[in-house]
Design a protein around this ligand. Structure first.
Ligand code: NAD
Length: 256
């Protein structure tokens, strides 16, 4: 479905981003990957799907590096047809204890980076009259939890940015939508499981069950594969007129 197209997926060396990169590669898209950590292993997993893969190590908190990453994608593959704004971090603390520099980092990486990458790819998408921007927000783009002020503010902001991006391009072949996962068992959430296990003196498995029971009625984690299928749908012809939605895949979390 996406043969000949290029997808840039930020934060794709781990977790959800890696799952989305794999799902888009399985549809034939060439992939530009980004992120830190186990870069070589992540690249190999996507290359194994038989598409061309390139990597740029931009720090998504730095606008100049984001610009350089998009220029790299354009120079390597001729343009960016699908942009997945996925890179994100978390910090958990009450507002009065929240380090201001962590606030700035969460807003920069989880929200402002999507603005910078979008403003860089939109002219090319509009010129070709086809494009897909998929913003990985969160159920925290729709509802709040205590001790996640920066994250909730950034994700609500990202849902707002999604709607504006959709509206500004509504008469073109360029769409923008958000995906809003509930709990997904990635390294980002494993840290929260570990913190809960340590704080309560319970096992890893008990901490996982408690985390789910607090918020997610299905008592099941959403998987990167399920989110990948949703992203593929949003990139499909059938989704030509899906514009500005924030689609939660959250086991019923936001329905409560
Ligand atoms: P993760 O920690 O597994 O992956 C995060 C990715 O972002 C990694 O590739 C990491 O290297 C990259 N990254 C972090 N900081 C970066 C920076 N400054 N510059 C470039 N790359 C950077 O986390 P995940 O759970 O896969 O999260 C991916 C996205 O999904 C995030 O936006 C997160 O908010 C969102 N999300 C996650 C969950 C969940 O339950 N895991 C739920 C809802 C939304």
């Amino acid at each position: 479905m996406l043969q000949g197209k290029t997808a840039l997926v930020t934060g794709s060396t781990s977790g959800i981003g890696l799952g989305l990169a794999q799902a888009l590669a399985a549809q034939g898209a060439n992939i530009v990957m980004n992120g830190f950590g186990e870069v070589d292993a992540a690249l190999a997993q996507v290359r194994a799907l038989g598409v061309q893969v390139s990597y740029h190590g931009a720090d998504m908190s730095k606008p100049a590096e984001i610009e350089d990453m998009v220029r790299h994608a354009q120079a390597t593959f001729g343009g960016v047809d699908v942009l997945v704004n996925n890179a994100g971090i978390q910090h958990v603390a009450r507002i009065e204890n929240f380090p201001p520099e962590r606030w700035d980092a969460v807003i920069a990486i989880n929200l402002s980076s999507a603005f910078h990458a979008s403003r860089m790819v939109l002219p090319g998408m509009r010129e070709r009259n086809w494009g897909r921007i998929v913003n990985v927000a969160s159920v925290h783009g729709l509802v709040a939890s205590a001790e996640k002020s920066a994250y909730v503010a950034a994700k609500h902001g990202l849902v707002g940015l999604t709607k504006v991006t959709a509206l500004e391009n509504a008469t073109t072949g360029v769409t923008c939508n958000a995906i809003c996962p509930g709990w997904v068992l990635t390294p980002l959430v494993q840290k929260q499981v570990d913190a809960k296990a340590a704080a309560l003196g319970i096992s890893n498995e008990q901490a996982k069950r408690q985390l789910l029971a607090e918020k997610e009625p299905s008592l099941q984690f959403t998987t990167p594969e399920e989110l990948g299928a949703l992203a593929v749908f949003l990139c499909s012809k059938a989704a030509d007129n899906v514009r500005g939605v924030a689609w939660n895949m959250d086991g019923g979390w936001a329905a409560q």
